[in-house]
Every structure is written in structure tokens, then in C-alpha cells.
Ligand binder design. Structure first.
Ligand code: MLT
Length: 411
């Protein structure tokens, strides 16, 4: 045998967090076939696509079956009808100007946040909040930008910025120099949000230290409080230093339909080994045209319909529904005497585990005794130890049932 593997993969933990949870839940379900398991683990929505979206989706599928309207390959970056609609509704309405070639349509924020690191040199130092969406770290491990995982649960070479109850979930600016900063607000997994003045400190840091912020705004639709930016470009100067990721999954229910986008402003630049500046938009465009043939036409038509008045109304109702679930979860867990965070500007509720119980023990207890699935906080990084994440994406009935079951446990 002489074919060599990419040994960076050997540095990864054996399975992806949500795959490991599925494995454990399946095992439990096989051993307990009568148990009615309620899933509040992975952040997957339960409400169907809005009617206006389905209508547009159907019409586009019909077009595909007609020789006059059939569409073959589309632009790799996405159709202008969708990009224009996004710019108009999500950015221009908030005073943010973007050019059509600064927005790239894709099939997922997961893929975009995993792939973006490809356009950066391997010697860049990455900084992540801890806990963190595991994709940011794992994709850099696969690329060879880190060392191995330490006993602390942290990868060598990565700068972790703890985000815990002790600092009010406002991560501290890095103390050592970093190049690429992954931020996700409203945050996955803690469900907490960052006020404009706090996010502005990161933009200022990036501008002063020649760093770039990779900003994941997949949960912006859940913001209910004032003064929380929905886009990082609401902060002055951010367009020089930030790339933003957005998704139709959590707002419009596209988890099974797949559509997202990334904004790469042309003025975001990085240097080559000789110090010459290059704009990242060109690099991302080069990557996209080489590795991607675009999201399917019917899916992009469906995404365009997300912005119709009819769909917007339905989407807001769905979001309110999930936020009501979040409130129920938050109140129930508080009544049990547990410390609870998030759930106000986010579909995620971050629960401190009962005393002397670690994340996985609490996960096991909920699964075995209440048949409720959460996500152990430690799976998102060492600072997540002692927490568990619950999602508000299940149905109201299941959410109430889950809370009733948990409230009967002696914690
Ligand atoms: C989560 O549960 O953290 C998310 O659903 C994962 C994802 O969006 O990929």
C-alpha cells in the first residue's frame, strides 16, 4: 500500500458531535423500542416551508419540465434574481450597500463556514469562541492548521476565547495575535447575543490587528431585543474586515431544502508571502467557480419567495412559535432551580447542569429517564463542560411534554 491518507484527519475526534449523538440515541431506541423519544438535540426545524415558498418551488419545478423554460447550469455564484432580492431586503433596508458580485449563493452555511478557510494560508492563527460550532475547528484541523488535541480538549495552535456565565458570554479579545476570528451571534450553542457596542470592539480589533472576522449570522432572524446587530456590516468599518455567512435553514425552514449565502465584500483583503494585498472576493469567486455548480434553480426560486410579504408573515409566525417554545423551556428549567441562558434572541437554550453532573451525565440522564435528547455542552468545546443545549425547534406539544417529563426528575 502506498496511497497515503490526509493524516490531519487522524487528529480529529472519532466522530462529528451530532453523528455521535444520533448513534447514542439510535442505540437507546433499539434497546427501548417503546420509548417515545423527544429530540431537542440538533437544531433542526419542524415547521414546514411557507406556502409562498412551496408555490414558487413548484412553479420552478414545472419550468424544469418544459423545453421553453428548462434551466441547465446556472451561474456558480447564484442567480441575480435571488442575489438582488437578498441585497435589497437584508442589507439595503439597513443602510448597507453591497454589489451583486459580493454575495455568493450556496447550499449551506455549514459548508461555507467549513470551506472558507481554503482561501487562507495554513500559517494563519485561528481564534474561536469556546464553546463553538464544531465545524469551524474541525475544518481547520482537516486542513492542517492545528496541532493535536490536548488533554484540555483544545487543539494545539488554536486560540480559544471562553464564553461562559462568568464573562456574561461576551468573549474577551485575544491576548496573543490571531489572524482569523470565527464569531457566531446570536450564538450557537449558547443562544446568547452580542450588543452592537460589543461587536464593534471586535471590528475595531480586526482593523487594528489586520485580522479577518468570519461572522456566522445564521440565527439573526431570532433577534428580539434592541441594539443587537443582525449583520456585522451594521458596524462601521466591518466591510473592510468581515465575511458574513447567512442561511435560509433556521428562519425559513430550509434545513432539508438547502440554501444559504456568504457575503465577501471586495475591500476585504489579505496578503501573499511577499506582502502584496489580494482581495478575498476574487479568491472566493475562483474557488466557487471551480468547485461548485450552483444551487438548483427551483431551490433558488424557493429562496427568492422567502422575501414575499406572504412568506415573511408566515416565517415570523414560525419564529414566534419557536421563541414561545424557548420561553417554555427556559421557564421550566429555571423552575427546576437550574441556571439558564439564551432562548431570548435564539432558538437555543443553554442550561447549566445540576451540581456534580457533567454534560454527558446530564445528557444520559435526560435520555434514559425522560427520553429527551439534548446536546452535551462539552461537545462544543471544553468551556461547554457543565452545560447542556436544548433547542426550541420541536413542536409546542413535544416541548411541553419534554418539560413535564424533565420536571418529574429529581435533579
Ligand atoms: C446545530 O444543531 O448546532 C445546528 O443545527 C447544526 C447545523 O446547522 O449544522
Amino acid at each position: 500500500m502506498s496511497v497515503k491518507i490526509n493524516e490531519n484527519y487522524l487528529l480529529l475526534e472519532s466522530s462529528y458531535l451530532f453523528a455521535e449523538i444520533s448513534r447514542r440515541v439510535e442505540k437507546f431506541q433499539t434497546e427501548n423500542p417503546d420509548a417515545q423519544v423527544i429530540k431537542m438535540g440538533i437544531g433542526d426545524v419542524t415547521k414546514p416551508l411557507p406556502k409562498a415558498v412551496i408555490k414558487a418551488f413548484n412553479e420552478a419545478v414545472t419550468e424544469m419540465g418544459n423545453s421553453e423554460t428548462f434551466m441547465g447550469y446556472g451561474p456558480e455564484q447564484g442567480y441575480s434574481f435571488l442575489i438582488d432580492t437578498i441585497i435589497e431586503n437584508d442589507y439595503k433596508s439597513r443602510g448597507i450597500e453591497l454589489d451583486i458580485d459580493e454575495v455568493f449563493i450556496s447550499d449551506a452555511a455549514k459548508c461555507d463556514t467549513a470551506n472558507i478557510q481554503e482561501i487562507f494560508g495554513l500559517d494563519n492563527v485561528i481564534a474561536v469562541t469556546d464553546p463553538v460550532y464544531p465545524v469551524y475547528v474541525d475544518s481547520n484541523v482537516m486542513a492542517g492548521r492545528t496541532g493535536s488535541i490536548q488533554d484540555s480538549g483544545r487543539y494545539e495552535g488554536v486560540v480559544y476565547m471562553p464564553s461562559t456565565a462568568e464573562n456574561n458570554f461576551i468573549p474577551e479579545l485575544p491576548k496573543s495575535p490571531v489572524d482569523l476570528i470565527y464569531l457566531c451571534f446570536p450564538n450557537n450553542p449558547t443562544g446568547t447575543a452580542l450588543k452592537k457596542e460589543d461587536l464593534a470592539k471586535w471590528v475595531e480589533y480586526a482593523r487594528e490587528n489586520d485580522a479577518i472576522i468570519l461572522f456566522d449570522a445564521a440565527y439573526e432572524a431570532y433577534i428580539t431585543e434592541d441594539d443587537i446587530p443582525r449583520s456585522i456590516y451594521e458596524i462601521e468599518g466591518a466591510k473592510d474586515v468581515a465575511i458574513e455567512f447567512r442561511s435560509f435553514s433556521k428562519n425559513a425552514g430550509f434545513t432539508g431544502t438547502r440554501c444559504a449565502f456568504v457575503v465577501v465584500p471586495k475591500q476585504v483583503k489579505a496578503v501573499d508571502s511577499e506582502g502584496n494585498k489580494h482581495d478575498l472576493n476574487s479568491l472566493w469567486n475562483r474557488r466557487t467557480t471551480t468547485k461548485f455548480n450552483g444551487v438548483s434553480y427551483p431551490v433558488q426560486k424557493a429562496a427568492e419567495a422567502v422575501y414575499t410579504d406572504e412568506a415573511k408573515k408566515e416565517i415570523q409566525e414560525n419564529i414566534d412559535y419557536y421563541l414561545e417554545n424557548a420561553k417554555i423551556i427556559k421557564n421550566s428549567m429555571e423552575e427546576l432551580g437550574l441556571d439558564v441562558y439564551g432562548g431570548v434572541n435564539s432558538p437555543y437554550i443553554w442550561v447549566k447542569t445540576p451540581e456534580n453532573m457533567d454534560s454527558w451525565s446530564f445528557f444520559d440522564l435526560l435520555l434514559e429517564e425522560a427520553n429527551v435528547v439534548g446536546t452535551p455542552g462539552v461537545g462544543f468545546g471544553p468551556s461547554g463542560e457543565g452545560y447542556l443545549r436544548l433547542t426550541a425547534f420541536n413542536t409546542l406539544e413535544n416541548t411541553k411534554e419534554a418539560m413535564e417529563r424533565i420536571s418529574k426528575l429529581s435533579l
